[in-house]
Design a protein around this ligand. Structure first.
Ligand code: FES
Length: 168
């Protein structure tokens, strides 16, 4: 069933809003798209800002208080800006069994970072994402927006080390 087009103007001209809009449009701007929309916001922007909450709220016709409640309740969304670089590791089941569990451990021992933490100098935030919707590429990690998949845990670690060493 085609639902009336509820396209709301995004907060600004940043192209990432289009990605967020596409996620909601795919689900006919149904309120049930809320969590996926918030995930997309977080994946695209690194955190869920007030203006993002407003945009999602208006687009899905869900009260702002509910959007805020969901965003904070799940503990999966960052409400504050992240570090200069963002490393997201998918810890959904498909990725976990294929090695992201090992990489989680690696991040802790090698860099002292648990999911959701940012280095003291603010240069890097490590995020443990739930299924990012690319299970065919499991295990998936996202390095500053670049999706990397289908590597063995050792290859992942090597790639992370390399990526980290190019950080300022
Ligand atoms: S579980 Fe990682 S992409 Fe689905």
């Amino acid at each position: 069933m085609l639902i009336e087009n509820r396209k709301i103007a995004p907060p600004d001209s940043d192209k990432r809003w289009k990605i967020v809009d596409a996620t909601m449009r795919k689900q006919g701007y149904s309120p049930t798209a809320l969590i996926e929309a918030l995930h997309t916001v977080q994946e695209s922007f690194g955190h869920v800002s007030g203006e993002a909450l407003e945009f999602v709220s208006e687009s899905l016709n869900v009260p702002p208080s509910k959007v805020y409640g969901v965003a904070t309740f799940y503990n999966l969304f960052n409400m504050v800006p992240l570090g200069d670089h963002v490393f997201s590791l998918c810890t959904g089941t498909a990725c976990y069994v294929k090695g992201s569990g090992e990489v989680l451990e690696f991040m802790k021992t090698e860099y002292g970072l648990e999911p959701g933490q940012t280095t003291q100098d603010g240069s890097l935030t490590f995020i443990g994402a739930r299924c990012v919707g690319a299970c065919g590429l499991a295990p998936v990690m996202i390095l500053d927006g670049e999706v990397v998949g289908k590597l063995t845990p050792d290859q992942m670690k090597e790639r992370i080390r390399e990526w980290m060493s190019h950080d300022e």
